[in-house]
Ligand binder design. Structure first.
Ligand SMILES: [Zn+2]
Length: 132
């Protein structure tokens, strides 16, 4: 049974692949996907911060963040060595994420502007696409 993953990018019409954006799966090319994926990541991170999800845990482990977001937060990492563990892990305190929030928000605004400039189609939101 052949599984055809390729499709046409819903934003620019170039050949694209089915990709996850938040909770929706949409055909997008690499360019359109990159900007939207980054925007979605930042949005989810800021939402989590707003709902205090991170504050309860106090620190956020690197492994719980997407590779894109990890790059954005490079300057905020600190090393944590869990008790009884030989290896240190990189983590981020909720307080330093809080400090990064304004920068993340302005980056998201910038991404919005770029996405709006592309074909005038609004950026994808989770659940905003038909399943077909
Ligand atoms: Zn595209």
């Amino acid at each position: 049974m052949a599984c055809k993953l390729a499709g046409t990018c819903t934003q620019c019409g170039r050949p694209g692949l089915q990709r996850w954006l938040g909770l929706s799966r949409v055909p997008l090319c690499a360019t359109c996907y990159g900007l939207r994926a980054l925007r979605t990541d930042i949005k989810l991170l800021l939402q989590a911060l707003d709902t205090d999800e991170h504050r309860e845990k106090d620190v956020i482990l690197e492994e719980n963040l997407s590779p894109r977001v990890r790059l954005l937060l490079t300057s905020s990492w600190r090393l944590l060595r869990p008790e009884g563990s030989a290896a240190a892990v990189r983590c981020l305190s909720a307080a330093s994420l809080e400090r990064e929030a304004p920068r993340l928000r302005s980056l998201m605004d910038e991404l919005d502007k770029q996405l709006q400039g592309m074909k005038g189609i609004p950026p994808a939101e989770p659940g905003g696409f038909d399943a077909g």
